[in-house]
Write a protein that binds this ligand. Structure first.
Ligand code: NAP
Ligand code: F7E
Length: 343
């Protein structure tokens, strides 16, 4: 089996490449930019991946990548994926995260692979918007109402509907995974969980004295990325192309994540180490995300293996290892370093 992954240099791209390689796939990955520094990281960590150059905003490059790789499965993970960044770069976000999906689908048609290539589209819980009026008690599911609250959410909604449209119009096997937040040690430091665990590790190691954040009250349904890429693969093994929500079914605030991460290094009173920076607030906020993954659980047999505390623990331990405190048995940091840092 051959798979092409767009977004190979991202968090999910790495987890998925590993999963597919373990399953015996020949893995191709799309890398964009003439001097992308993440290319070397992929070449080093995943030497089994054949890298192809291309950009989802350049249709000819995508056709070439599809024709070269002749994929049985195409995972379209490429996106401008940071919500805050999308407010500042809305046109670019529409081109990459929205229209890029169309370019990928058209490439499969132009390569005459509609009957053989199964496509996964990376849809998102950001399409729901997290407001009170459209949130069912058990959480958002595949038939919940959409109300995107950012240029990113709106672009993803276009990608979601154009994917469904190609499924219906051309009988293509295109499945959309509506994934809630998933994190881990490969998460970019621009996202709040990794920003927090990096800062906690550095504060505990005496390398940093505080952490700046925006809103602490929004709630997210956080899971582990390794569990979620398994769900992506399961969607493409299902007999029919459909939409599936993947979520943990639990929601916690940013503040609760901060608390749990500091607790990992033995700090109960984290407030002296956290400051709010108004520059990190977004023009519109997604208040509460909670997902209901019952369909994926019953139809795909999907289940998650890492719970919230397991997620926080593995992220903090990884960042302690990365930033100095290599001996994770010494999880309780020297209080002098902490008090000194806060002063
Ligand atoms: P990520 O770490 O931000 O990775 C995004 C990938 O897209 C990167 O490899 C990036 O390449 C690539 N990319 C950006 N612009 C591109 C372009 N013009 N052409 C080709 N590639 C381009 O995101 P992730 O967390 O792995 O998420 C994977 C996908 O799932 C994304 O579509 C995201 O929106 C979606 N999603 C993520 C979550 C989550 O919680 N992680 C939840 C729901 C949906 P460079 O980094 O090299 O620029
Ligand atoms: O923010 C708040 C921020 O950027 C989470 C993407 O993968 O998941 C992700 O989008 C919350 C928000 O993720 C900071 O305002 C406070 O309320 O980690 P985030 P996100 O916006 O939920 C969805 C499902 C995706 O699809 C996206 O691609 O945390 N927050 N202070 C902060 N967020 C950041 N990044 N940085 C802060 O300093």
């Amino acid at each position: 089996m051959r798979a092409l992954i767009t977004g190979i240099t991202g968090q999910d791209g790495g987890h998925l490449a590993e999963l597919l390689h373990d399953k015996g796939y020949e893995v191709y990955g799309l890398v964009h930019g003439q001097n992308n520094p993440k290319r070397l990281a992929v070449e080093t960590e995943f030497p089994f991946v054949t890298l192809l150059e291309g950009d989802v905003t350049d249709p000819t490059s995508i056709v070439r990548a599809v024709e070269t790789s002749q994929p049985d499965e195409l995972y379209n993970l490429a996106a401008i994926s940071h919500v805050g960044y999308s407010f500042k770069n809305p046109t670019l976000t529409a081109e990459v995260t929205g229209k890029g999906v169309l370019n990928v689908l058209e490439a499969v048609r132009l390569a005459r692979l509609t009957d053989t290539t199964r496509v996964y589209q990376a849809s998102t819980s950001e399409m729901f918007g997290g407001l009170d009026y459209n949130r069912p008690g058990r959480g958002y599911n595949e038939s919940s109402l959409f109300h995107p609250r950012s240029p990113y959410g709106a672009a993803k909604l276009y990608g979601h509907w154009i994917a469904k449209n190609y499924r219906e119009s051309y009988d293509m096997f295109v499945s959309c995974g509506i994934l809630f937040n998933h994190e881990g040690e490969r998460r970019g430091v621009e996202f709040v969980t990794r920003k927090i665990t990096t800062a906690v590790a550095r504060i505990a190691s005496g390398l940093q004295d505080h952490l700046q954040l925006g809103d602490l009250w929004p709630k997210r349904d956080w899971g582990y990325a390794g569990d979620y890429v398994r769900g992506m693969w399961q969607m493409l093994q299902h007999p029919e192309p459909e939409d599936f929500v993947l979520a943990s079914g639990e929601t916690r605030s940013v503040e609760q994540f901060v608390e749990a991460a500091f607790a990992e290094v033995g700090v109960d009173d984290w407030r002296p180490f956290v400051r709010q920076n108004p520059a990190l607030l977004r023009p519109a906020q997604v208040d509460i995300l909670l997902g209901d993954a019952s369909k994926a659980e019953s139809e795909l047999g999907w289940c998650r293996e890492v719970d919230f505390s397991g997620l926080v623990q593995r992220m903090v331990r990884h960042d302690l290892w990365l930033h100095g405190s290599h001996d994770v048995r010494h999880r309780r940091p020297r209080s002098r370093a902490l008090v000194g840092g806060a002063a």
